[in-house]
Design a protein around this ligand. Structure first.
Ligand code: KG4
Ligand code: ZN
Length: 339
């Protein structure tokens, strides 16, 4: 294979990941070293611990990604890394490594926006090419609705004013004594619970904008907890199902309303929270009812991974883009202008 692949590194938060894709965005390998067990002890990510772990794993993962893809360093056309948003000390590890490989091989470097990786991830696999859509990105750090007109032409329609949806899941999970991260745990427990057991607030759902707010939900769970009898077998599952329903309701209704307002036929959802079973179920039902097309990121492309970074890099490279080696990491790197 002649120089026709991209190697991408993702170290923006607590997953060290490396992936190889072809110039047309076909994923050849995607390797991840999760730090979830390390951070479970502290109930959340400690930035210095995360960056030290990235250093331990990033070189081996890059080698593994090349090996699993069946390519050599000389087959790599350009090196990419997530350069923001994220934790500075974590971003620096993947970005420095990708830049070093680019310099050593005299190849281009691409600084990729982590949110663009999430944004385009529903189109990976056989779902391309990237098409205009109304996109919901729901992760641990972000909740936003983005109007995608084409690659690199994005408008931010709305976002959370406080906590991200994943952050709300994780903080409420912690309050309920569930292991970190709370999102998947609440999803699991909710399966045996009654989503109508407790009516938690759907903040801003009736507002005619596309903004979100989840910090009030956390407070209302806090006030509700002392009133509940956790010796009853179903209480925990009912709280989980009710919390999840409140979050899912707002996400689904705002996304559908945005698609209708901007007359987009295609709706996409990505980011870690898009793994949520109830969210996937409700979106499928609502999109069918509204006759909208729905593209959900595959669960292994939803939580942080480097395949989505390689895919985004390939799309940008096709537009003739690359990044200067002087380009710094940016913990608040913006994805798009506000509409
Ligand atoms: O996209 P991601 O891996 O990392 C960020 O960029 O933030 O998202 C992680 C978030 C965490 O908050 C986690 O609790 C949430 O995604 N998450 C879920 C589920 N799986 C992951 N939330 C609800 N239900 C799930 N099944
Ligand atoms: Zn992410």
């Amino acid at each position: 294979m002649s120089a026709s692949c991209f190697l991408a590194l993702e170290t923006s938060c607590d997953e060290t990941a490396a992936a190889v894709c072809t110039e047309d965005g076909r994923i050849l390998s995607s390797c991840i070293a999760s730090q979830i067990e390390v951070h479970r002890a502290t109930g959340g990510v400690v930035p210095e611990v995360a960056s030290r772990n990235h250093i331990l794993h990033v070189r081996l993962l890059a080698e593994q990604a090349l090996k699993e893809a069946g390519v050599n360093l000389s087959d790599i056309r350009a090196f990419a890394a997530t350069s923001g948003p994220g934790l500075v000390s974590s971003l620096l590890i993947g970005t420095s490594m990708a830049k070093a490989l680019a310099v050593a091989g005299n190849k281009p470097f691409l600084a990729v926006n982590h949110m663009e990786g999430h944004l385009l991830s529903p189109f990976m696999g056989d779902h391309g090419p990237v098409r205009p859509c109304m996109a919901l990105i729901v992760s641990g750090g972000h909740t936003m609705i983005v109007h995608v007109r084409s690659i690199a032409d994005y408008k931010l329609i709305g976002r959370t004013r406080d906590d991200a949806a994943g952050e709300a899941f994780d903080k409420i999970g912690k309050m309920l004594g569930l292991p970190y991260p709370g999102g998947p745990e609440i999803d699991k427990k909710a399966r045996e619970g009654d989503p109508t057991a407790i009516r938690f607030p759907r903040t801003m759902m009736a507002d005619k904008n596309f903004e979100f707010s989840f910090s009030g939900l956390k407070t209302s769970v806090l006030y509700e907890l002392p009133k509940l009898d956790f010796t009853q077998p179903n209480t925990l599952a009912d709280v989980c199902a009710s919390v999840q329903e409140a979050i899912v309701d707002v996400l689904v209704e705002k996304l559908i309303a945005a698609a209708k307002k901007y007359k987009e036929q295609l709706v996409t959802v990505s980011g870690g929270v898009s793994c949520n079973r109830r969210l996937r179920e409700r979106l499928t039902e609502r999109c069918e009812k509204e006759r909208l097309d729905l593209l959900l990121a595959r669960p292994d492309h939803s939580t942080d991974n480097a395949a989505m970074i390689a895919f985004a890099a390939a799309q940008r490279f096709r537009l003739g883009e690359s990044s200067p080696l002087e380009q710094d990491v940016d913990p608040n790197m913006p994805l798009a202008a506000v509409e």
